[in-house]
Design a protein around this ligand. Structure first.
Ligand SMILES: Nc1ncnc2c1ncn2[C@@H]1O[C@H](COP(=O)(O)OP(=O)(O)OP(=O)(O)O)[C@@H](O)[C@H]1O
Ligand SMILES: [Mg+2]
Length: 300
């Protein structure tokens, strides 16, 4: 089939109101950023990696999936008029809600304290997931900033997400929490492809030692080895950037955190993992959301 015939076939499918799910999702690489413990830099890493991918010419959609303390928009310095709650509750389409924030970088923002998600019925949720999948197919990467914690709403999703970036900082609680997160999401046997990012260390050496320590614990108790995707140094400039409501890569591009975050993004591109976003993944995820917020369904 020629490219033109291919396009025509695709258009026909669209006009028939149905884009084949297999075809529509094949190209989108879905990566969730998680940590177990809160406050270790998930949002900084989500945004940094997304900015780095976008700078390399990849089309990136960031989903703020932290319904409790949504703040990707704040760190990106944008003020979304609408959020995914308007899609779920208000009948808006994702195309109405998505916010272009930079070249190649779009955001699906969330509202903090989104208790109304609890009312989402399964039919509405199914429609939302369908819409999200079709929508994400227009991007090379879907980066999902996941809430802290390892309750079922978080881990059910992580278990079925193709790739997970696990962020760890040099605190005993962070190491144990990220270990618990990895243990939980790999329990079923077929866990996601996990990569570790060490954040907020004073030296590269400290970062390498922290990775070695976590890696040894994971290997000893779970018998698995996961690669280190990168080490991001502690630098007060990250806090300054957040206060200035700018991504650190724009606020201070020549500093350690910016350079390391870009390297992590470039490494992801080089690694060429081909995670696939599937219907089940997101259905489980949103089932988990509703369960967490006291609504129906707590995932499989
Ligand atoms: N590399 C770094 N250097 C200095 N400070 C950092 C670095 N990374 C993150 N921080 C600081 O840590 C704080 C938490 O970062 P961030 O919001 O990304 O964490 P989080 O894991 O997303 O938190 P939450 O669990 O609340 O969503 C930020 O206020 C930021 O100032
Ligand atoms: Mg966060």
């Amino acid at each position: 089939m020629t490219a033109v015939e291919d396009q025509a076939a695709c258009l026909r499918q669209r006009t028939q109101g149905r884009v084949s799910m297999q075809n529509s999702i094949r190209a989108t690489r879905c990566i969730a950023v998680a940590s177990g413990k809160g406050g270790v830099g998930k949002t900084v890493v989500s945004i940094g990696v997304s900015m780095g991918l976008a700078a390399a010419g990849k089309k990136v959609l960031v989903l703020d999936a932290d319904l409790g303390l949504a703040n990707v928009d704040i760190q990106l310095g944008v003020e979304p008029r609408m959020t995914i709650q308007d899609v779920i509750q208000g009948g808006q389409s994702l195309a109405d809600v998505v916010l272009p924030v930079r070249e190649n970088l779009d955001l699906l923002a969330s509202s903090s304290g989104a208790a109304e998600m609890a009312d989402m019925g399964s039919a509405r949720r199914g429609m939302f997931v369908d819409e999200l999948l079709a929508f994400a197919a227009g991007y090379d990467y879907l980066i999902i900033d996941v809430a802290a914690g390892i309750d079922q709403s978080v881990t059910a999703f992580l278990q079925s997400t193709p790739e997970v970036i696990a962020v760890v900082a040099n605190e005993p609680t962070s190491i144990m929490d990220v270990y618990s997160m990895i243990k939980t999401v790999t329990r079923s046997g077929n866990g996601p492809d996990i990569g570790i990012v060490v954040n907020m260390v004073r030296t590269l050496d400290e970062g390498e030692r922290l990775y070695a320590k976590l890696s040894a614990i994971v290997y000893r108790f779970l018998g698995r080895r996961y690669p280190c995707l990168g080490v991001v140094p502690y630098d007060p400039v990250v806090g300054d950037a957040i206060r200035a409501r700018k991504p650190v890569m724009e606020y201070a591009p020549a500093t350690g955190p910016s350079i390391c975050l870009k390297e992590i993004a470039d490494g992801l591109i080089r690694s060429g993992r081909t995670g696939q976003l599937t219907q089940t993944d997101l259905s489980r995820f949103f089932a988990g959301f509703a369960g967490r917020l006291g609504g129906e369904g707590t995932g499989p």
